[in-house]
Design a protein around this ligand. Structure first.
Ligand code: ADP
Ligand code: MG
Length: 259
């Protein structure tokens, strides 16, 4: 475990490189996400956004650089000036502190909504079942789905399934929540209810990194907007700067297409 200073951000990415074969997907990414802040990551398809989120969760091995969450190196331990990959069990423990919400919900289809929220806290955190259940019911209330506890995922709309997926991520009390295009698979009329839940989390101080093309959401909720292209952070700053006064031609060209 690497202990960084107390002022270290909740998520710190430094010099991150990742290639798939000859394809250099991340080419030196640096990112700081302060505790309690919301970072929205924008960028064209193929710019490396998903790979960045996956690297933060150590779903990808890194070629160079490192990721630290709450001062702890993710996926590796340092010995001298070398990094050694952690055992799968250790990585799984670290991942319980990093919530991940996918585009396609990824709920367990054979479990009820309540069971989807209860199993991981029991297995990963050793919570007593009664306590895990009470927490889960509270979280379902929070995402407006208390009446769906006994339903199965297939009985819910996409928007409801995504709200369950968010509640399930919260059930592990993560230090940071990563969202990879959480509304991209939804019918347009269901996007708002999911963004509203994410906005509510933002107001309550949950640290989040959200990959999305929802510029209105970014403007309203983000503390920092990061624009990626070609595996690098092209520019970043408050939404009013990056969205309204972009400094780089690549950012302007992208915004012109999505706005
Ligand atoms: P984004 O999320 O910004 O659309 P990705 O991070 O998904 O971008 O992908 C960036 C590039 O890396 C794409 O060209 C993609 O095809 C490639 N890529 C991603 N994952 C893999 C993989 N496991 N193997 C090979 N290529 C990959
Ligand atoms: Mg992606």
């Amino acid at each position: 475990m690497t202990t960084l200073t107390k002022t270290a951000p909740m998520v710190q990415v430094r010099g991150l490189h990742k290639s798939f074969g000859r394809l250099d997907v991340l080419r030196g990414v640096d990112l700081d996400v302060p505790a309690g802040s919301v970072t929205v990551v924008l960028g064209p398809s193929g710019s490396g956004k998903s790979t960045l989120l996956r690297a933060i969760n150590h779903l990808e091995r890194l070629d160079r650089g490192y990721v630290a969450v709450d001062g702890e190196l993710i996926g590796y331990r340092r010995s001298g000036d070398r990094l050694y990959e952690l055992k799968e069990r250790e990585v799984l423990r670290q991942r319980t502190g990093i919530g991940f919400v996918f585009q396609n919900f990824n709920l367990f289809p054979h479990l009820t909504v309540l069971e989807n929220l209860v199993e991981a806290p029991i297995a990963a955190l050793g919570r007593p079942r009664a306590e895990a259940r009470a927490t889960a019911l509270g979280l379902l209330e929070r995402v407006g789905l208390a009446d769906k506890a006994a339903a199965y995922p297939r009985q819910l709309s996409g928007g409801q399934q995504q709200r369950v997926a968010i509640a399930r991520a919260l059930a592990l009390e993560p230090k940071v929540l990563l969202f990879d295009e959480p509304t991209s698979a939804l019918d347009p009329e269901l996007v708002g209810e999911v963004l509203d839940v994410i906005k509510d989390l933002a107001r309550s101080g949950t640290t989040m990194i959200v990959v999305t093309h929802e510029i209105g959401f970014a403007r309203e909720v983000a503390d920092t907007v990061v624009f990626m292209d070609g595996g690098v952070v092209v520019e970043q700053g408050p939404p009013a700067e990056v969205l309204d006064r972009p400094q780089h031609e690549r950012t302007r060209a992208f915004l012109a297409k999505v706005l």
